[in-house]
Design a protein around this ligand. Sequence first.
Ligand SMILES: O=C(O)C(=O)Cc1ccccc1
Length: 286
Amino acid sequence: MKKNQTLKCGYLGPKGTFSEIAVMKYFGENVFLIPLQSISDVFEMVQNKEVDFGVVPIENSVEGSVNITMDLLFEKSDIHVVGECVVPINHFLVSYGSLDLAEVKKLFSHQQAIGQCSKFIKNRLNNPDIIFTASTANACEMIKDVPESAAIGSENIINIYNLKVLARDIQDSKNNSTRFFIIANSERFTKIEGTAKNYKTSIICSPKHNEPGVLYNMLKAFKEKDINLTRIESRPTKKQLGEYSFYIDFEGFKEDKDVREALVKLEKMSSFFKILGSYPKWKERE
Ligand SMILES: O=C(O)C(=O)Cc1ccccc1
């Protein structure tokens, strides 16, 4: 990407969140960082063109899907997925003063972080009250005036908030990583270069009829064209118990002939159908 400091990127703030790490990893120095209060604010700012891009967590290797992001991708119009970025997640237990682990009475963090450290919390802490916060960095702001409190967050927050480290690498899994979507208000940033295997496409569809073989028939459309699925998840439609929307990611670009033909079939079987976008597969940069 060209150096262009006029581009703005919104993300879940304040400074020091994992979302901010994802923005810096994806864009380097090339964007203005716009920290926002919630994932839903990120979608709104992108939708209203107040920022050029947004970066939102979509799934974690331990905790699975980030439901708020999944639901907003379904609900919001004029949102295109234009990129993905995978960030290794190492969690730190921090506080403003020195505390023994057993003295932590109140533990603050984002729901994803608490979930990713559940074994450490159960085995090493003394049953603290858990307070869910809007983000990990937000937790660090909140513990400032609370005695015997600690927060879980990234390594970056230690210096930003001048915190003491009580324990490091406390996540349950060594390979803990989170995938982020880069969202934009239009598709103008995606380019077709290289083969279909270098790209992914993300869609959402809800089958028209709840009958035997419906999901089989939908997936057959991909099999017939030899298209490799990389993720399939479901979320309730929220209209009726037992009705689901499927979130499907697969290799290929939405303008490829085979992909287009598969998607035409899928759309015919769907009561709701949305192409979120095609984007380059994430590759670690040297
Ligand atoms: O709260 C943050 O730092 C976020 O960016 C959300 C999050 C929390 C934990 C793991 C990955 C993303």
